[in-house]
Design a protein around this ligand. Structure first.
Ligand code: ADP
Ligand code: MG
Length: 330
């Protein structure tokens, strides 16, 4: 076919090639997803990448980081650094890695700021609960061990990064902060690899890198009494959200719910609220603050958030009523 002497075949094919190039250029990237059970919880990664190699390697790097932190901080792994510390630090100062030293030091800072609501020595009593086996300590045991629950027992030597427990029964546990630390590290790893859009979740801790390609990420806070229902759904970009709930690990006995967030003052589960979600830049802090506000309850918890710039919260109280911190409703 020819129009005024121009052979259409000669121009159609170059246009077609340009169109095909444009099309393939636009659809080059795609979403990659990974799910694994690590740290006693579900790890979920979603990211956008231009190449299958980059996308899959990046997901693997996140999973490797989760495994590394688990090996370091799990109380269930006998030779983890945390377990070694727990078994020896009441006898002698134990040198630990910079990473563990700094996370424990930050935890103690947070204990001070939260009036002892977030206190990693809760574990001195906490390890006597076994939520899978429906086991809880007797009141007498709790009373004995409560003396060991006090962050002031943790002594630091910054020169050799060693830690000493100034009470024979002190045990620590990082379950209220380690997953936040892990997702912060994961997002840093993705950024270094050139990823611009990602979501990383470890149990109740989520962090978002960028947006969802021109749209915000829609992140939900589940109904504490119905796992298939969302209490709140929020559009979020480039931030973190951590939720602590009384439904993650618990058992019921005599009509009472025994769950995994303990008041360091009483050594028993905190009852004023059903869940707390914290939104802020640093997931390590979101994680610890969600646990702290859970222990503090609505009034004191909101007071804490109001004096913590950059960190906001949503509480579902034990009457299932929603409360928002000031900055979210202003
Ligand atoms: P998860 O994501 O596992 O639900 P949370 O952020 O809700 O974690 O924290 C609960 C965990 O925090 C518990 O399993 C325990 O390891 C730890 N924890 C419980 N009570 C306290 C407390 N008062 N202070 C610090 N850590 C706590
Ligand atoms: Mg927490």
């Amino acid at each position: 076919m020819s129009v005024r002497g121009i052979n259409m075949k000669d121009i159609v094919s170059p246009i077609l090639v340009v169109c095909m190039l444009l099309y393939s250029g636009l659809s080059y990237g795609k979403w990659f997803e990974g799910n694994q059970g690590i740290m006693g919880t579900n790890i979920q990664v979603e990211l956008w990448s231009d190449s299958a190699q980059q996308g899959e390697d990046a997901i693997q790097a996140v999973m490797d980081e989760m495994q590394r932190i688990n090996q370091l901080m799990s109380p269930y792994i006998e030779n983890s650094e945390l377990s070694q510390l727990n078994s020896r630090a009441s006898d002698t100062a134990v040198p630990v890695s910079k990473e563990l030293f700094e996370l424990i030091a930050l935890s103690v800072e947070l204990a001070k700021e939260t009036d002892g609501a977030f206190d990693i020595t809760f574990a001195s009593v906490g390890y006597l609960y076994n939520y899978r086996e429906n086991q809880k300590p007797k009141q007498g045991q709790i009373e004995d061990l409560l003396k060991a629950v006090n962050y002031r027992h943790i002594k630091f030597d910054v020169d050799d990064h060693s830690i000493f427990f100034a009470h024979p029964n002190v045990k620590i546990d990082l379950g209220g902060i380690a997953k936040g630390h892990a997702v912060d590290n994961a997002i840093d790893i993705l950024k270094k690899r050139g990823i611009k859009h990602a979501l990383v979740t470890a149990g109740g801790d989520t962090k978002l890198l960028g947006d969802r390609l021109g749209k915000p990420w829609m992140v939900g806070i589940r109904d504490p009494r119905n796992k298939d229902k969302q209490a709140v759904i929020m559009p979020l970009v480039d931030t973190g959200l951590s939720t602590s709930g009384d439904y993650e690990r618990y058992f019921e006995q005599d009509g009472k719910r025994y769950h995994h967030i303990l008041s360091p003052k009483t050594g028993t589960s905190a009852y004023e609220v059903q869940s707390v979600s914290i939104i802020g830049q640093r997931s390590t802090l979101n994680d610890a603050l969600s646990t702290a506000v859970f222990v503090l309850g609505v009034q004191k918890g909101m007071d804490l958030l109001d004096r913590t710039p950059g960190y906001d919260g949503i509480i579902v109280d034990n009457q299932r009523k929603l409360h928002y911190s000031n900055a979210l409703v202003e």
